[in-house]
Structures are given as C-alpha cells and as structure tokens.
Design a protein around this ligand. Structure first.
Ligand code: NAD
Length: 459
C-alpha cells in the first residue's frame, strides 16, 4: 500500500494524504463487487430504480460539500463545481428510470416465441481522468449500475477526493456494500488490474489517447468490452455570415472553460479570411475579460491548472518566441496559474496539432467552406466542435462533413446527459450518456422457445 499527497492547485497546500490501493486490494474489491452484483441483479427492477433515486437524493443533499471538495482538489470555480455535483445527481436520476425500461424485444419467428434479454455484464471497471472527476465517474457508474452491474471506480491520482466521497454516499443511500467501490491508486497498478482481471467484464476508460490505446490492447487479450473517451483538438469554425460579435464574445468560454482542461475544448479557432482581422479585434477584449482567480470566489470564471507537472506541460507550448497575439490576466504567486493565451500558430506547428489541455488557443484563417472542413478534419482526433453561421444549409453541410461526435451550431455546448457523447477517430470508441447508455453495459441474449403444435382443433 502506498499513499499520495493531494494538493490544492490554487494554493499548493497539501489537502490530504490518500492511501493507494494495491493489486490485492483491487482483487478483494472485485470479489466483493461480483458477489454484490449477483444480489443486485436479482432485485426487482423497481427496487433497483428506487435505490438509484435514493443515491441521487443523497448526492443532492451533499452538493455543497462535493462542490467545496472539487474547488479545493481541482481548482474548479465554485459555480462550475456546484453544476458538476448537480449533474451527478441528474445523471443518477435519469438512469434510475432504466431498470424498469430495459425491456428487450419479442421477435416474430416460425415455430415458437423469440425474446431477447439485456443481461448485465457483471463487474465493470471505470477509470477516470483528473479534469472532471465527478461527472465523468457518474457517466460510467450510473448507467452501469442501472443495467444491473457492479462497478469498481479508479479516480485519477491527482483528484480522488470527490469520487471517494461519492462511494461513501452510495453506501449511505443504501446501495449494497461493495456494489460501487472507489479504489484510488496508480494507473499502472489499479487501472491495469481492471484490464487484466478476468472478472472485470468491461472497462470504461476516459483519458489520453496514448493510455486508451494501451487499455484497448490489453483488453483484447480477453476480448474485454471497452468504451474509450479520449483526447481532442476541436475546431471552432467562424464563417463570415455569422453573428461575429457573439462568436468572438463566446469563443474564450468554448476553450478556456475549466482552464482549457476539457476534452471538448475548441482549441483551434478557424476564421474566414475576410472577417479575420475584425474577429481578432473583437476576441482580444473578450479574452482579457476572462476572470481568472480564486476558485472559491463566485466572480471567478477560470481557476488554476491542476498540478505543477501539468503547468509545465502547458507552458512548453508557449516558449518565449511563441506567436502570441494577446493574453489575459492571471494571479501571480503560489498556485498553478496560467493566463488565457491566444496564438497565431501555423498549420504544422505543435500548438496547432497537439492537444494542449490548457488555456491556450490557436487562431487560423481559412478561405472557403471546403478549406474550413479540410483544416477541421486534418487531425487524428474527432470529439467536438462548433460552427458559426447564419446560413442553415451551410450549417447542415458542415455539420455532416466535420468528422466529430459532438457538434454545436452557434453555441459551444457539448454535454447533455440526455444525448449521446463520444468521439470519432482517435477521440474514442463507443458512446456515453443519452437514452442508450445502459445498453452498452449489457449483453443481448436471444432465447427461442419452441411451441408445440396444436394436438386437436378444439384443444
Ligand atoms: P491519462 O491517460 O494520463 O489518465 C487517465 C486515467 O488512466 C487515470 O486515472 C490514470 O491513472 C489511468 N491510467 C494511467 N495509466 C494506465 C494504464 N496503464 N492502465 C489503465 N489506466 C491507466 O489522462 P489524464 O491526463 O488523466 O486526462 C487527460 C486526458 O483525458 C486528455 O487527453 C483529455 O482529452 C482526455 N479526456 C477525454 C474525455 C472524453 O470524454 N473524451 C473527457 C475528459 C478527458
């Protein structure tokens, strides 16, 4: 058993020391989960639904506590952290309806009755990144539990506190002991054990494309199911016929939300050449107006980066000779602060091609619709993106042509728990959220029941 110090990124103070689980600890938790799952799956659907609703109610009663923990552990602004805790409640509430709606099908066949059942997989391993610890955990555990599975959850090393608390709240809400186990630990220990343990039947992984590739390769050895939510380098495409003031005013929030530590960050702004100069004039005050500071303050729009190591990685994209167009403000002194930064990088530059995962955006002009689509798709990623135009036909044409899983027209929204979320290409595999998510935690079983021929006309 090892331990890890959890640091407040706004102050660099040690918040707590968290014990890390080892391989034996994972194996114990998986055994308990397998036993709890058998009991859970046998419960009446209405009872599983009620248990999930009571979990949602307990989360609702702890929104302030969960939000305060996320402010301290992740540096999320308080308003965002409250939204995230409320989102966990809503996701649980939404999937609480699923146990009574996983109805399977009755398929017409000759000679009998054919029905399908949506059988739970068993134990599901959920591995989360550090950028949105609570919400991403809930996207995995809520539909998995609703479909009759048990869950072992490994939070990221830097940000385990809200996940650990959610595990405690599940027990407080009356979920069977061991049904949802939160196991803080190293990716190379706990995460890898989820991949190699034969009783873990599916791994839901959210994180970098490099680690996701490794998880998928490891899972192949057991033909283990995977859902992968990976990196992004999304485009925000601004056409000359859009509301340019609104596009410029909102662009910073499409990329700097959560200090740019967002897989959906629109980190490549593509602007039609004939409005490029005007767009940059409008963008500058918008970027300088982003309020960066104490995450506990209600006025704050952007907090610090999550850790010193991540601060160094983001800084490497802005060397002294970087093509900086302009920057916003950030506090000096202790804390991993990084000012919102706008670069006029070229197409081949590292800042334009790699996921930075910080408050750094690149802006590039384009000539016409075909050019915009070609630049937007010139990446291995395909998670998200925005299209700004007042021409409906163009909006639809470009939406269909951009290779990404989540697009928004004249807005930067990506995530609603009622709609599917996930990536094209190397941004992932499978979809989370939306009405079908519980099905991705089931196997379809087909059962044919032969019906005997009638033995007499009136019998
Ligand atoms: P990461 O890949 O370093 O780590 C993610 C998780 O995987 C952590 O819990 C880590 O401990 C674990 N892990 C590390 N090595 C492992 C291994 N060998 N086997 C199993 N698990 C292992 O990613 P990160 O730095 O925490 O997160 C940032 C990345 O996540 C970015 O690329 C971002 O785009 C991506 N992300 C994607 C989405 C999405 O929904 N598509 C959402 C959030 C973040």
């Amino acid at each position: 058993m090892t331990s890890c110090e959890v640091i407040n990124p706004a102050t660099e103070e040690v918040l707590r020391t968290v014990e890390f689980v080892d391989v034996e600890g994972v194996d114990d938790a998986v055994a308990r989960a397998a036993s709890a799952q058998r009991t859970w799956a046998r419960l009446a659907p209405a009872d599983r639904a009620a248990a999930l609703r009571s979990f949602a109610a307990v989360v609702d009663a702890h929104i302030d506590e969960l939000a305060a923990l996320e402010v301290a552990n992740s540096g999320h602004p308080i308003g965002n952290a409250e939204w995230e805790a409320g989102h966990v409640r809503d996701v649980l509430q939404y999937y609480a309806a699923a146990p009574e709606r996983l109805s399977g099908k009755q398929i017409p066949v000759a000679g009998g009755l054919d029905v399908t059942f949506n059988e739970p997989l068993g134990v599901v391993g959920v591995i989360t990144p550090w950028n949105f610890p609570m919400t991403i955990a809930a996207w995995g555990f809520a539909p998995a539990l609703a479909a009759g599975n048990a869950v072992v959850l490994k939070p990221a090393e830097w940000t385990p506190l809200t996940s650990v608390r959610l595990g405690e709240l599940a027990v407080e809400a009356g979920l069977p002991e061991g049904l949802l186990s939160v196991l803080p630990g190293r990716g190379s220990v706990v995460g890898e054990r989820f991949v190699t343990h034969p009783a873990v039947r599916k791994v839901v992984f959210t994180g970098s494309t490099a680690t996701g590739t490794r998880v998928m390769a490891g899972a192949a050895a057991q033909v283990k199911r995977v859902t992968l939510e990976l990196g992004g380098k999304s485009a925000n495409i601004v056409f000359d016929d859009c509301d340019l003031e609104k596009a410029a005013a909102t662009a910073p929030y499409g990329v700097f939300d959560n200090a740019g530590q967002d897989c959906c960050a629109r980190s490549r702004i593509l602007v039609q050449r004939n409005v490029y100069d005007r767009f940059m004039e409008l963008l500058e005050p918008a970027v300088k107006g982003v309020v960066v500071g104490d995450p506990a303050s209600r006025d704050t729009e952007m907090g610090p980066l999550v850790s010193k190591a991540h601060w160094e990685k983001v800084s490497s994209f802005v060397p002294d000779d970087a093509p900086v167009a302009f920057r916003g403000e950030a506090p000096a002194g202790r804390g991993y602060w990084f000012a919102p930064t706008v670069l006029t990088a070229q197409r081949a530059d590292r800042a334009f091609t790699e996921e930075i995962f910080g408050p750094v955006v690149t802006v590039l002009p384009f000539d016409d619709e075909a050019d915009a689509i070609a630049i937007a798709n010139d990446t291995a990623y395909g998670l998200s993106g925005s299209i700004w135009t007042d021409n409906l036909s163009r909006a639809l044409r470009v939406s269909r042509a951009v290779e990404a899983g989540n697009l928004s027209v004249n807005s930067h929204s990506s995530v609603r728990y009622t709609t599917p979320f996930g990536g094209f290409k190397q941004s992932g595999l499978g979809r989370e959220l939306g009405p079908d998510a519980p099905l991705s935690f089931t196997e379809t079983k087909n059962v044919f029941i032969a019906v005997a021929e009638s033995i007499g006309e009136n019998s």
